[in-house]
Design a protein around this ligand. Structure first.
Ligand code: FES
Length: 314
């Protein structure tokens, strides 16, 4: 992975436990990459941790703006950023990746955020407004003090504070008009919230292809195959037996091939590669339904194989 050193240009407390971080090149040069709303970057911290955060700024602003929630059970990512980051600190940043981009079209865009799930949706909302594309943003938080970025969203946003899970499900039930061609629904928040959104949309007749979700928490640990199978890395010209309980990334590394990866949890998409032969056992939360069904893609950090042989284009 290619890293770019960027400097912390501003820090701002956006809510009780959410830190806004502005990053830009130290020499005021333009950023060496661009992105579309919904993208995220990896940060490589000086304590060795690598974490993914959505980019909230738009490319024309010339800097990255990230919103980092301090997680109570932080293993050194958000806690380190909240406690150690200072103005002027240099930090290594990957090029943006996007698994959650707005689909082209002119249909209604419905954005649903819960808590810090607002971070990828806020730039999508701004882009839709700029393009005069019909858009709605529904934003659920525990209360106003824990509603980062609410002030800058404008009055058209539907904000709901302090609702319990059952009340949120009730609210969602009446929120989806009949699906029309080109309409899309984009959702980010805790898994339970996203499940409620999907159920409400599906009940109203929305097709699964119109539903897009972004995970920011790792799913529960996935089961790993009890059987071994053969892994072929075609471009590297090597073959290795994947042992029961071993990940594809570990097996490849044992064979001397380091596959690119970042989160290691199936949520960021950094490791996704092309399948040439074999039947993937998908356990990630980053591929779309269409990508899974195509059988052409796999996230080797968590996924495995149902067949006896898996050939990857690596
Ligand atoms: S490394 Fe993040 S999805 Fe595989």
């Amino acid at each position: 992975m290619k890293w770019t050193a960027l400097q912390v240009r501003s820090l701002r407390l956006e809510a009780d436990d959410v830190l806004g971080i502005e990053l830009a090149p130290a020499d005021a040069a333009p950023l060496p990459f661009t992105w579309a709303p919904g993208a995220h970057v990896d940060l490589r911290l000086s304590n060795g941790a690598v974490r993914q955060y959505s980019v909230m700024s738009l490319p024309e602003e010339g800097h990255l703006y990230l919103g980092v929630k301090r997680e109570p059970a932080s293993r050194g990512g958000s806690r380190w950023l909240h406690e150690q980051l200072r103005l002027g600190t240099q930090i290594e940043v990957s090029a943006p990746r996007n698994l959650f981009a707005l689909q082209p079209g002119s249909g209604l865009v419905t954005l649903l955020a819960a808590g810090i799930g607002i971070t990828p949706l806020l730039p999508m909302y701004r882009q839709c407004l700029a393009e005069r594309r019909p858009v709605r943003l529904l934003y659920f938080t525990r209360d106003a003090r824990q509603a980062p970025f609410l002030q800058r969203l404008g009055t058209d946003v539907q904000w709901y504070g302090g609702l319990r899970a059952a009340q949120i499900a009730e609210q969602l039930a009446g929120q989806f008009p009949q699906w029309q061609t080109d309409a899309g629904l984009y959702c980010c928040g805790p898994a339970g919230f996203m499940d409620s959104v999907e159920q409400a949309a599906l009940k109203t007749g929305w097709p699964t292809t119109a539903l897009h979700r972004e995970h920011f928490q790792a799913p529960p640990p996935a089961a790993i195959e009890a059987h071994g199978y053969s892994l072929v890395l075609q471009r590297s010209g090597c073959e290795v037996q994947v042992q029961p309980g071993e990940s594809l990334i570990q097996a490849a590394s044992r064979a001397g091939v380091e596959l690119e990866f970042s989160c290691g949890m199936g949520i960021c998409g950094a490791c996704v590669c092309r399948v040439i032969e074999g039947e993937p056992e998908h356990r990630d939360d980053c591929l779309s339904e269409a990508q899974r069904h195509s059988g052409e893609w796999i996230a080797p950090c968590v996924s495995g194989c149902r067949s006896q042989r898996l050939v990857l284009d690596n």
